[in-house]
Design a protein around this ligand. Structure first.
Ligand code: ATP
Length: 435
């Protein structure tokens, strides 16, 4: 399948099955915003849960916070964002469309739409922070900024976290939350949005080259293996070092994790060595157990929830020309821990009361433990196909044999093979596969 076709099919599937809808669609949309539907909201939650588990729950050197989106504007002055959180903007003199000067491909595509040579304005710095007004008296409202990165919420709470917990350097503070950027050219579906979610770790280390480099390499490896452990095809992932002229204002050095997307290799997580940029700018420091005062360096892992969700979907999308039953299907081979529904329960026939009752009992028993879907529409083949598109790893069917021996068929999404499992073993069977 060619790249454009894959992207088109995925966008259509997202809409049709309730993963992702255009934001405010009934009012014509709002550029750069997207809403997650019933399946998308579950997938997003699962990605965030897996991230939190590996970055906070399973570690003894990381704690989590959840800071406010709106902060005192002084934060953004100190962090350098008011001055330097900019992209270079150029305008086509013929049609006044605006582009990022550093996105050469987009510029070339635009130039091809004009017959004659395109003249561009000189690049000017365009600040990406989104403004909001706070207060109740017109004329006295305060300008605040919706956070352009969630990171600053961690730094402003650095002292609060150190004094309220038992963390000792090296340690990390993790956070997941929304960020906002007035992107010049939102596009490629959710890839470049104006409202999006980040999952970030700020890891504080002693301000020494050896420590900085060691932890930078450590987190690079950790983050890449996390993505691979959740099913990404390794060949479609790579690291890319930032060139000197593309590094953010705060970064000593940086590498991105990129995915081979239909629209080219694209970043979805950055590993940044922020040095002591932020803590120094906020005039913060740390006192170690020997009473030594120091300004720690920060190694940051900054992932996008929406971009990884999009790439998990693209990577798991398969058009399967023929299954063992001979039917063509579209299947999302999502890792079972990410799949929106873990299991679906069906009565073989919707008009046989005993089957429906038995299936409902199983559905009610599984629901407290797993996201469980119910489907009694159409024929069984169609229900399987529908669950394949939703990425549900296991489908449980109650048939006439169930009424005799309390076994059900469990059909595996990826192989389309079925096996019979005792009802009493069903929850354990699913839990084992998920662990
Ligand atoms: P780009 O160069 O694509 O604009 P960036 O280098 O500015 O991205 P960072 O500031 O490093 O991005 O942000 C960290 C992560 O946040 C990115 O890897 C990405 O996953 C996510 N992110 C950043 N901007 C957006 C956006 N406009 N839409 C969706 N996710 C985003």
């Amino acid at each position: 399948m060619n790249n454009d076709a894959l992207m088109e099919k995925l966008v259509a599937l997202c809409k049709r099955r309730g993963f992702i809808f255009p934001g405010s669609e009934i009012y014509g949309g709002l550029t750069g915003t997207w809403d997650y539907g019933p399946l998308g909201a579950l997938l997003k939650q699962n990605i965030k849960q897996e991230w939190w588990k590996s970055m906070v729950q399973l570690r003894s050197d990381v704690v989590g916070v959840d800071a406010a989106i709106m902060m005192n504007p002084e934060v953004w002055k100190a962090s350098g964002h008011l001055e330097a959180f900019t992209d270079p903007l150029v305008e086509c003199m013929a049609c006044h469309s605006r582009f990022r000067a550093d996105k050469k491909e987009e510029i070339e595509i635009h130039e091809k739409t004009h017959n004659e040579k395109v003249e561009w304005t000189n690049p000017k710095k365009f600040n990406l922070l989104v403004e909001a007004k706070l207060g109740v008296i017109e004329g006295e409202k305060q300008t605040v900024y919706l956070r352009g990165e969630i990171t600053q919420g961690v730094f402003v709470n650095f002292e609060n976290v150190v004094s309220s917990t038992r963390v000792k350097i090296p340690f990390g503070i993790a956070q997941i939350g929304k960020a906002f950027r007035n992107e010049i050219t939102p596009g490629n579906f959710t890839y470049r949005s104006r409202e999006f979610e980040q999952m970030e770790l700020e890891f504080f280390v002693r301000p020494e080259d050896k420590e900085g480099n060691k932890w930078f390499d450590y987190w690079k490896k950790e983050r890449m293996s996390w993505y691979v452990s959740l099913g990404f095809n390794k060949e479609k992932l790579r690291f890319r070092k930032h060139e000197d002229d593309e590094r953010a204002h705060y970064a000593k050095f940086a590498e991105d994790i990129e995915y081979d997307a239909p629209f080219g290799w694209s970043e979805f997580e950055g590993i940044h060595h922020r040095g002591d940029w932020d803590l120094s700018r906020h005039k913060l420091s740390y006192t170690d157990e020997n009473g030594e005062k120091l300004v720690p360096w920060v190694i940051e892992t900054s992932g996008g929830v929406d971009r990884s969700l999009l790439f998990f979907l693209l990577d798991s999308y398969k058009d399967d020309p023929s299954t063992s039953s001979g039917q063509a299907r579209t299947v999302l081979k999502l890792h079972p821990r990410l799949a929106p529904y873990k299991v679906a329960v069906f009565p073989l026939l919707a008009n046989k009361e005993e089957l429906v009752k038995k299936a409902q009992g199983i559905y009610n028993d599984l629901k407290p433990q797993f996201m469980t879907a119910w489907d009694a529409r159409g024929n069984i083949g169609k229900r399987y196909l529908s669950q394949d598109e939703a990425g549900t790893p296991w489908c449980v069917t109650v048939d006439f044999q169930t009424l005799e021996d309390d076994t059900v068929t469990v059909r595996d999404r990826d192989t389309a093979k079925q096996e019979r499992v005792k009802i009493e073993r069903l929850a354990g069977y699913i839990s084992n596969k998920l662990s």
